[in-house]
Ligand binder design. Structure first.
Ligand code: 5GP
Ligand code: ZN
Length: 112
């Protein structure tokens, strides 16, 4: 499958890993939008939030179990934002479900 994030999980494309377990892989975004910008992805190819279902939703649960550890390791004790873009109107550019963790500075409540 021609998916950049599947290739990153497999090690075919290099990444700066910050966390990994049986279900979850997390790495630094190549184009950071904040002092800390980490992408957290399931190790199974799920295209986006629309493709989450009863068979694969445990990956999402594992991701959210991992996020507090990832955030603590990144020094985000003062908080952080989680974003997941789904589909063209959200400008999703990589069609493998991912959660952006953004932090390391004060983020304001402007979401759009
Ligand atoms: P989206 O717009 O789909 O929500 O976010 C995709 C993110 O993946 C972007 O923030 C982009 O910088 C990041 N990205 C795309 N290709 C690569 C890559 O090859 N390596 C890393 N580390 N990040 C990538
Ligand atoms: Zn993929």
């Amino acid at each position: 499958m021609d998916c950049i994030f599947c290739k990153i999980i497999n090690g075919d494309i290099p990444s700066t890993k910050v966390y990994e377990d049986e279900w979850v892989y997390a790495f630094k975004d190549i184009n950071p939008m904040a002092p800390v910008h980490i992408l957290v992805i399931p190790k199974e190819h799920i295209c986006c939030a629309n493709a989450v279902n009863a068979e694969n939703s445990h990956y999402v649960a594992r991701i959210f179990e991992a996020i507090p550890k990832i955030a603590a390791d990144a020094g985000l004790e003062n908080g952080y934002r989680i974003i997941s873009n789904c589909g063209p109107d959200a400008d999703q550019t990589v069609l493998h479900l991912h959660f952006h963790i953004l932090g390391g500075k004060k983020l304001y409540s402007q979401l759009v």
